[in-house]
Design a protein around this ligand. Sequence first.
Ligand code: 1BO
Length: 272
Amino acid sequence: MHFVEANGAKIPAIGLGTWELRGRSCARLVEQALRLGYRHVDTAQMYDNEREVGEGLRASGVNRNDVFITTKVWTTHFAPNDLERSTKESLAKLRLKEVDLLLLHWPNPRIPLAETLGALARVRRLGLARHIGVSNFTVALIEEAVAACEEPLACDQVEYHPYLDQSKVMRACASHGMALVAYSPIAKGRIRNDRTLAGIGEKYRKSAAQVCLRWLVQQNVAAIPRTSKIERLSENIEIFDFELSDEKMRRIFALGSPKGRLTDFGFAPKWD
Ligand code: 1BO
């Protein structure tokens, strides 16, 4: 397994994203992924599947300490006391004493960021989270968060794939020693039919999705592809036996634009 190191955190470069996975199929997928060699699972309070992620972890038989578990606090729980209570609820559902990484799921302009970060840092000091970070933060918000937080932030988890230029956020993360963790790394499946990536993959006998994930990890980005298909699990993790040249990396970068975003909501910040 390859790792992305960031402010003391060692994040396995490929993890299983669980957004929109629910119930038994979520637990089964987590169990199977861990049996296949995954060591990183990403969930969130808002996904309503923390219980099943915990079940899958226990069913896999893999030692808890060998698995990197991320969860996220939803924005309505950002007032300091709420954040701590909500983290304890997540841990109770997961049946864990601590998570490896706890993120603020989206920015919430209605609650002062410094107060929320104070609570997040405290949760870390209480031992409920080994590392803390943010998600869906823009460059300006990263700068504000880093300045206000008493504990180091390990990452910003954002949408990132070849169709979305995230160079500004990448630079901001790097300048603070933070990792960028990519959600929707294969652009919600659209990459599977991409001719450029499929063409690049032919030489290595890799699929377009594998080339895409390789492109991400070669930038020192951690990626959390979600799949509901057990057969895709192995495909998404078999990306460590080939390397893309600088020229191929550049060809993939050329597909990106600031307009390639697939996940947006009315409550989202003004993107970079
Ligand atoms: C609203 C959920 C976005 C990805 O975590």
